[in-house]
Design a protein around this ligand. Structure first.
Ligand SMILES: C=CC1=C(C)c2cc3[nH]c(cc4nc(cc5[nH]c(cc1n2)c(C)c5CCC(=O)O)C(CCC(=O)O)=C4C)c(C)c3C=C
Ligand SMILES: [Fe+2]
Ligand SMILES: [Fe+2]
Length: 374
């Protein structure tokens, strides 16, 4: 292969000289000055959960069907899942869900997708490594992102996949990775996929989270609630690689085990411990809860219940954040900022402040660069 250095002498008036011999000029040979960038070999793919294409009930229905028919989300046999999802959950949920999306939708679209794109743009301003986004459900799909990357960079050798979930769950990180791998395998793309593991304890991420919280601590508050997206306890046990650790004892998540590499509960505890440690928040000033449950047997305590209990326990001024998400979305803006606030205030709360997700915080942009090496 011709190295870029060996071609550098060609750069002056190269195109006209080479044209004289009718040689096609590779696009990475610069004809204006002596800079000849390497052809792009590496790209970054940011992958998030996805949203419906619009707030029309038909689009929300299609999105919910795709989401809930995922066997890593509702992990029951196909026939039962089809009956449950297509006949019971989606028909019952689609209208309310569309209504909920309408309360947060922006003129650019779904906050989750708009904010993921803004993260892409903030990163792209700092690096020449091409960056694309993809969604697990809906658009753009990983295949669409691969096509765009390949068209613009035919010499691509590696796509670094960053699932935008700090914590491992079969219903978030695992399904995103498997879907991206499946779509890669379906066509003979010339590049490989390198997967970044969950970054729940990565120091740059923890630092970004801490600094995103810090300004909010200047005002008076009684308590900080770390509200994480819930998952069924069954999923925690299923993801236990040892087969005998997770949810088998009261303090399993504090007892060292290789199971923690894929234990959502352990990982959210760790994020909370590390970030409160960095901020020096005493143990009696914060707690963890789990939101957005769908069905029985999900991790406890439940955020919606805690929000109605807290004012009666003397917690009147609350700070709340949702570190399972890096971008604000339906579950933060509608569930926590909207309905959560109402529950807390109606139960006797005096002040309720939701700390936004990391979104495009400069330290988060920096953390993504550190975590992915772009
Ligand atoms: C931490 C990330 C997430 C996990 C884990 C997760 C598990 C999970 N979710 C559902 C059901 C629904 N989740 C919905 C929305 C939603 N979920 C996540 C992230 C995780 N989900 C995000 C970021 C969002 C918001 C998407 C957006 O467009 O803003 C919804 C759809 C909305 C609704 O109707 O409530 C459902 C349904 C299950 C069943 C599950 C694990 C088993
Ligand atoms: Fe655990
Ligand atoms: Fe969810």
């Amino acid at each position: 292969m011709i190295s870029v250095n060996s071609l550098s002498f060609l750069c002056h008036n190269t195109r006209s000289a080479m044209n004289a011999f009718l040689l096609p000029l590779p696009d990475y040979i610069c004809t204006h000055n002596n800079i000849m960038p390497e052809p792009t070999k590496k790209a970054l793919l940011l992958m998030n959960l996805g949203s419906p294409d619009s707030t029309e009930v038909s689009d929300v229905r299609r999105y919910l069907n795709e989401f809930l028919m995922d066997a890593r989300v509702i992990d029951i046999p196909y026939i039962l899942r089809t009956i449950l999802v297509k006949w019971l959950i989606v028909p019952k949920r689609a209208h309310n869900s569309a209504e909920a999306y309408r309360t947060i939708w922006t003129k650019e679209g779904s906050p989750l997708i708009v904010l993921t794109r803004q993260l892409q743009e903030a990163l792209q301003q700092q690096t020449s490594v091409p960056i694309e986004i993809a969604m697990r459900y809906g658009n753009p799909s990983p295949a669409q992102a691969y096509e765009r990357l390949l068209k613009a960079h035919p010499q691509l050798e590696e796509v670094i996949l960053l699932p935008l979930y700090p914590h491992y769950a079969m219903s978030s990180f695992e399904t995103a990775v498997e879907y991206a791998k499946k779509q890669l395998a379906e066509k003979s793309y010339p590049f490989k996929l390198s997967i970044i593991k969950p970054f729940y304890n990565e120091p740059h991420y923890i630092h970004a989270l801490a600094e995103n919280i810090r300004p909010w601590l200047a005002q008076e508050y009684d308590h900080i609630l770390f509200s994480y997206h819930g998952v069924p306890g069954r999923h925690i046990r299923k993801s236990d690689t040892t087969g005998c650790h997770c949810l088998q004892s009261a303090n399993c998540c504090e007892t060292p085990s290789p199971a923690h590499a894929t234990c959502y509960r352990h990982q959210v505890f760790e994020t909370t411990r590390l970030v409160t440690g960095e901020l020096g928040i005493p143990q009696d000033k914060y707690s963890i809860s789990f939101q957005s449950r769908l069905g029985k047997g999900w991790l406890e305590p439940f955020t919606d219940i805690r929000l109605t209990e807290m004012p009666k326990e003397g917690i009147k001024k609350l700070l709340i954040l949702c570190p399972a998400f890096v971008s604000d979305c339906l579950e933060t803006l509608e569930e926590i900022e909207g309905r959560g606030r109402e529950s807390f205030m109606n139960a006797g709360g005096e002040s309720y402040k939701m700390i936004p997700c990391l979104n495009t915080h400069p330290l988060w942009v920096q953390a993504v660069r550190e975590i992915t090496g772009v």
